[in-house]
Design a protein around this ligand. Structure first.
Ligand code: SF4
Ligand code: MG
Length: 331
């Protein structure tokens, strides 16, 4: 399938005074047309920062990016703010976790939807209203004509998230980045929103980058998954492969810690130990301190990303035996 987004050796460093903290370390991945790619990891692993960098939303003064972010072959890191703004909301759209903070409380739903249409497509007021009502229907909102004239606070959390998705989808983007879009919602609503996004992905062929800490959501939503740990990609593969045959000890730990859906925010198991602080300079495998399989060499050398069968990759020495090749030198 056609590659729509290609991330090549992307590194992100935050600058604070004289201090530099590397939060994303040389990651590479592709997003194909019409697929749903999951990016999974605990908070602070670099997944949200990665998505903000694709949208061009990281503050220029305090962050340094290197590598390439190719959108349909064009490097987004080389575009100026004006061209980026043209892409944002039009070809590339994003939904966040907390819809109340992304909707403007002072404007009616309809005006907010029309706004993105008028910025990106030159529609008349009448055309914009028609399109807005059509999209409200598409995301499954009842009585769209009335909703059009209501304010965000008059809606439930689930409805607001549907409005956010409508706003993201209104210009028919090629890529939708969803950063924990259902985390703030209760379980039933969460399931409905996930189903909606999956339907939109099928119907409109929008590629989705789905960021989550929850592998259960990945199983439901994604075609492929990339697991991040401390700013690195530690495992990648199709959802089928990863669930059937997880290779990296971190991924296995995450699988054991799927949240108990009956008890919100409770986990059946959690991986002991702590993620190294971002920017920690550490030789060897970054997961070594928490890994129950750690060997002597794990603290001396950094494991490369081993390529396995079926486009599966794992950054762990345990994968060495069955690796077809690996893509970096040992450090
Ligand atoms: Fe564990 Fe070693 Fe694999 Fe790192 S390289 S995940 S420490 S076994
Ligand atoms: Mg986050």
């Amino acid at each position: 399938r056609e590659k729509i987004l290609e991330i090549k050796d992307l590194s992100i460093t935050f600058l604070q005074g004289k201090e530099e903290t590397r939060v994303v370390d040389s990651i590479r991945f592709d997003v194909h047309k019409g697929e749903v790619l999951g990016i999974v990891g605990e908070s602070g692993c670099g997944k949200s920062v990665t998505s903000l960098s694709i949208m061009g939303l990281l503050p220029k003064k305090t962050s340094k990016l290197s590598g390439e972010i190719l959108f349909q072959g064009k490097d987004l890191l080389k575009l100026n703010e004006k061209s980026l703004r043209k892409l944002r909301g039009n070809e590339l759209a994003m939904v966040f976790q907390e819809p109340m903070t992304s909707l403007n409380p002072l404007f009616k739903i309809g005006n907010q939807l029309e706004e993105s249409l008028r910025v990106h497509l030159s529609l008349t007021k009448k055309q914009a209203k028609e399109r807005a009502i059509q999209i409200l229907k598409l995301v499954g909102l009842p009585r769209p004509e009335e909703l059009y004239g209501e304010y965000p606070h008059q809606l439930s959390g689930g409805m607001r998230q549907r409005v956010m998705i409508a706003m993201a989808m209104i210009c028919d983007p090629k890529v939708l980045i969803a950063d924990e879009p259902t985390t703030a919602l209760d379980v039933t609503i969460q399931a409905q929103i996930l189903k909606l996004m999956k339907d939109l992905n099928k119907k409109m062929e929008t590629s989705i980058v789905f960021i989550t800490h929850d592998l259960g959501v990945v199983a439901e939503m994604c075609d492929r998954v990339m697991v991040m740990y401390a700013g690195q990609v530690v495992e990648e593969g199709s959802v089928k492969t990863i669930f059937k045959n997880p290779k990296h000890p971190y991924t296995r730990g995450l699988m054991k810690s799927v949240p108990d859906i009956r008890k919100k925010n409770e986990r059946l198991y959690s991986i002991s130990g702590q993620v190294p602080r971002p920017g920690t300079v550490q030789t060897g495998c970054l997961f070594a301190g928490r890994c129950e399989y750690a060997m002597a060499e794990c603290v001396k050398h950094s494991p490369p990303l081993y390529k396995l069968q079926d486009s599966h990759q794992s950054r762990c020495f345990l994968a060495r035996e069955e690796a077809l090749e690996h893509d970096e030198a040992f450090a």
